[in-house]
Design a protein around this ligand. Structure first.
Ligand SMILES: [Zn+2]
Length: 354
């Protein structure tokens, strides 16, 4: 429920302007790709051939959330899905702070992570419930730099497993909704994350500062900040963190609208400077079993995926005029070397893939 934006991304169809001719066009299939941030919980008959056509493999990222019945995870779905095509899928486990006051919290969390790493997890995701949702017994929102989590980071360092961190939200969540903002629709539909209307939620600055301290205090832990580290509205903010923290890298999924809102030449220079630490991700996914869908729904889903991946490719690889989440922009026209790094090589290095 809380992750509903994924499905909206797939369902909503965006309009895009007619492409201008691109003299040095790179064919999509020639660049090997890894979607480092996907939520394909369930298998699809069309997905293996779709991914092969795109020359893409995919990291299936679990998310741990609080539900009415306690912690909710989808690890089992992802694990089942990954085993259907081990050549196409990798796994990412998840961690949540619920129950952090228990003396054996870290020990139990490590035990579970160990099992899932042994079952193939290459990374562990922490989500925005750190900072914005989950409270300890004293009623404090648990920030990601909480010392009670430290044994878990030590364990992950010892295993060489990176953390994918979706901490905080776009700045828009702490502001009055602006219909021009790329995240307007999400907060309209998910008011529980519109921090502007929920004064108990700590400030954007508080959560980002805790995240920064955590990265700084764990220089041997590789931290992949999802969604441009929730600083997607300003690549300068991202750059300042990348300059300070050598163990930090970023993933760009579901924030292309924020990038498109900024000057393309500036964003292109940002990609050039940090080309070894930017990873492609989409945040696309599914939530229904194939057997409960009609042929029309499946065809529609595949068509939308094709359009959406194509739009992201055009933004990164071409100099086409296009529109993403209502933001009119021009493609970044990244060169082949940078595209190869962002689309796959950086993920291969971070996750130690073949
Ligand atoms: Zn996600």
């Amino acid at each position: 429920m809380k992750h509903i934006h994924l499905f909206l991304i797939i369902i909503i169809s965006f309009s895009s302007c007619q492409s201008t001719s691109n003299p040095k066009k790179i064919e999509i299939g020639t660049i090997s790709k890894i979607d480092v941030h996907s939520h394909y919980q369930h298998s699809r008959s069309y997905l293996p051939s779709f991914l092969k056509k795109w020359n893409m493999r995919s990291v299936l990222v679990d998310v741990a959330k609080e539900g009415p019945e306690g912690v909710e995870r989808s690890w089992g779905h992802y694990q089942n899905h990954a085993t259907t095509q081990p050549d196409l899928y990798f796994l990412c486990s998840s961690l949540i702070g619920t129950g952090i006051d228990a003396p054996d919290f870290a020990t139990n969390a490590i035990k579970l992570l160990e099992e899932e790493i042994n079952s193939g997890a290459r990374m562990v995701k922490v989500w925005k419930n750190f900072g914005m949702v989950t409270q300890d017994e004293s009623g404090n929102f648990i920030q990601i730099d909480d010392t009670r989590l430290q044994p878990i980071w030590e364990y992950l360092k010892s295993k060489g497993i990176p953390v994918m961190a979706h901490i905080a939200e776009p700045e828009q969540a702490w502001r009055e909704l602006d219909p021009q903002n790329p995240h307007y629709g999400y907060y309209k539909n998910n008011p529980q994350y519109h921090a502007f209307t929920i004064p108990e939620i700590p400030s954007y600055e508080t959560i980002i500062a805790a995240r920064d301290r955590w990265i700084k205090n764990n220089p041997e832990l590789q931290i992949l900040c999802a969604h441009l580290g929730s600083m997607s509205h300003d690549v300068d903010m991202v750059a300042s963190r990348l300059d300070q923290y050598p163990n930090m890298s970023i993933e760009i999924g579901a924030r292309f609208g924020d990038l498109a809102h900024q000057d393309s030449e500036k964003v292109s220079a940002f990609f050039d400077t940090y080309q070894d630490r930017i990873l492609f991700g989409s945040d696309y996914g599914n939530a229904m079993e194939e057997t409960s869908m009609t042929t029309d729904q499946l065809n529609e889903e595949e068509k939308n995926l094709e359009q959406n991946y194509t739009r992201l490719w055009r933004y990164l690889a071409s100099d086409d005029s296009l529109e993403i989440r209502g933001q009119k922009s021009k493609g970044l026209h990244l060169n082949q070397n940078i595209l190869e790094k962002v689309y796959a090589k950086n993920a291969i290095n971070l996750l130690k893939l073949e």
